[in-house]
Design a protein around this ligand. Structure first.
Ligand code: DP6
Length: 328
């Protein structure tokens, strides 16, 4: 018989969507209404460490509220029948809760570590994803490297709601420069924001009707290694998601003055021929993608911007491991 582990540790990368997930078809199972397309990163990661708790209670050392993580733990316990009290620590290599997808990498790392601790590493990635998904939908994409498609599926039980790598990072290497304009936790979390948008925004339905065309355009652009086509569709999709938020009641506005400055800077750079584009999630920080050979000039243009506190640098990951080798 396999020995029950006394401790486990796993890490997972953050991911950034180029075609966004912004709505659910089932809130209980946390199934997305439409499919999304993302890139998994190399350096921005979360690490989950689990050991048996010294007493009868679970102990959490985690940024913010452990509600989402508790859902992941609960489903893992139900699936395995292992109810030992646990001490769980999740650490991020980057600011948490600021729209840098810390919940995606955290929930993916937690589900991976729970697979070791409670299931002796028996689960497939698809099964681990069903645990992670309950903590954060977008975490499913953090379980795969490179360019990742998360298919919404149509089955009520979510059995065809599955992610996979569509293209490896080497197919079209991308560097990332994050303009951090605020690294404090966001005023409203994405789950609540999505729900408010569904209930009140006149643009919510249109965003989802447009999704198949956006996905096709983005995946084709990557297939053809057409950076400028990917830039156009990624920015349009991101702007459409934020338009839903801005037209919700009450409106949700994650943008700060530094956000606008970074958007304008990227637009100007591209008009002048530098290949780069931005995307922004449920937070004010601006993620700027470019081919690796342009990372230096993009960095120089962004670092002096008013309202930008500091920059983070990363790239699309060739593998899911921490020592992911650089792409050349
Ligand atoms: C804006 O995965 O955080 O980053 O499933 O409700 O936990 P829940 O939402 P979450 O949503 C992320 C939304 C987004 C866009 C994206 O990553 O696709």
């Amino acid at each position: 018989m396999t020995k029950t582990p006394q401790q486990a540790r796993a890490s997972a990368p953050s991911n950034i969507a180029l075609v966004k997930y912004w709505g659910k078809r089932d809130t209980q199972r946390n199934l997305p209404l439409t499919s999304s397309f993302s890139v998994s990163l190399s350096h921005m990661r979360s690490t989950a460490t689990i050991q048996e708790a010294p007493g009868p209670q679970d102990l959490w050392h985690i940024h913010g509220n452990p509600n989402k993580a508790e859902r992941v733990l609960q489903v893992a316990r139900e699936a395995t029948g292992d109810h030992r009290p646990l001490e769980i620590t999740i650490e991020n290599s980057f600011p948490s809760g600021a729209g840098l997808a810390s919940s995606a990498s955290s929930m993916a790392a937690l589900a991976l570590a729970l697979n070791t601790m409670l299931a002796q590493d028996r689960l497939s990635t698809e099964e681990i994803a069903t645990w992670a998904r309950l903590g954060s939908g977008s975490s499913v994409r953090s379980l795969y490297p490179g360019y990742v498609l998360w298919d919404a599926g149509t089955q009520a039980d979510g059995s065809d709601c599955i992610a996979r790598t569509l293209y490896p990072a080497q197919h079209m290497p991308l560097a990332l420069v994050v303009c951090v304009v605020d690294d404090q936790p966001k005023p409203i979390g994405s789950t609540a924001a999505m729900e408010r948008c569904r209930e009140t925004s006149p643009l919510y339905e249109r965003f989802h009707t447009q999704n198949p065309a956006d996905l096709k355009q983005a995946t084709e652009a990557v297939k053809e290694q057409d950076f400028f086509a990917l830039a156009e569709i990624s920015e349009a999709n991101c702007q459409a998601m934020h338009a839903i938020m801005h037209t919700a009641q009450p409106p949700i506005n994650y943008f700060k003055p530094g956000t606008k400055a970074a958007i304008e800077c990227v637009q100007k750079l591209r008009q002048n021929g530098t290949p780069c584009f931005f995307t922004i999630d449920a937070g004010p920080n601006v993620k700027v993608f470019c081919p690796p050979e342009h990372a230096q000039s993009v960095t120089e243009a962004c670092e002096a911007l008013p309202g930008v506190l500091y920059l983070l640098q990363d790239r699309v990951a060739t593998s899911l491991h921490e020592d992911d080798a650089p792409q050349t």
